[in-house]
Design a protein around this ligand. Structure first.
Ligand code: URA
Length: 187
């Protein structure tokens, strides 16, 4: 199929019947969602229980906090695109295995190719490690890194991390403030 004929809706249809990784045998497919022409794409790790149930990304407790963080910089979910590295819930919410991330990678790459975001905001270390395995989230969070002429990477802690560690909450709010300022400079 020509890339020009591919849409996010079609991608979702295809992912729903895809059985190319073991996780797809036990979980529902969860593609990203949001503005198909978003300037900023947020990329988390993998769906959790609520996301698996509703077949939508970031709709559980972490998603609730993500909505608040977006609101703190005057953004709504509909303004941005929200996705994950892994498209299926790992059993018991364990960390995704490297092979599972690799197997799901083409779906994320196709989403990026279709949406063409100017800023990729990775949420958490799995997502950052997917793009830059040598970067650590402790050093990189809250700062822009130019990947290509048209794409900037902006690493942020995972919202779920702040639900377990109260100190990260202010760090996340500060990272979102920095992201909001950075977005003002993006044309
Ligand atoms: N955590 C993630 O990384 N992604 C989701 O969709 C939900 C929680």
């Amino acid at each position: 199929m020509r890339m020009s004929a591919l849409t996010l809706d079609l991608l979702k249809e295809k992912l729903t019947v895809w059985k190319g990784c073991d996780l797809s045998k036990t979980a529902n497919a969860v593609l990203g969602e949001g503005n198909p022409h978003a300037t900023v794409m947020f990329i988390g790790e993998a769906p959790g229980q609520k996301e698996d149930e509703l077949k939508r990304p970031f709709v559980g407790a972490a998603g609730q906090f993500l909505n608040e963080l977006l609101a703190s910089i005057n953004l709504k979910r509909e303004d941005v695109y929200i996705s994950n590295v892994v498209k299926f819930r790992p059993p018991g919410n364990r960390d995704p295995e490297p092979i599972e991330k690799e197997q799901c990678m083409p779906w994320l790459m196709l989403e990026i190719a279709l949406v063409q975001p100017k800023v990729i905001a990775t949420l958490g270390r799995h997502s950052l490690g997917h793009f830059f395995p040598t970067m650590t989230i402790t050093n990189a969070h809250g700062k822009p890194f130019k990947i290509t002429d048209s794409i900037t990477l902006f690493p942020i802690y995972h919202p779920a991390a702040a639900l377990h560690n109260g100190n990260l909450r202010s760090s996340l709010l500060a990272d979102f403030r920095a992201l909001g300022e950075f977005l003002k400079t993006v044309k």
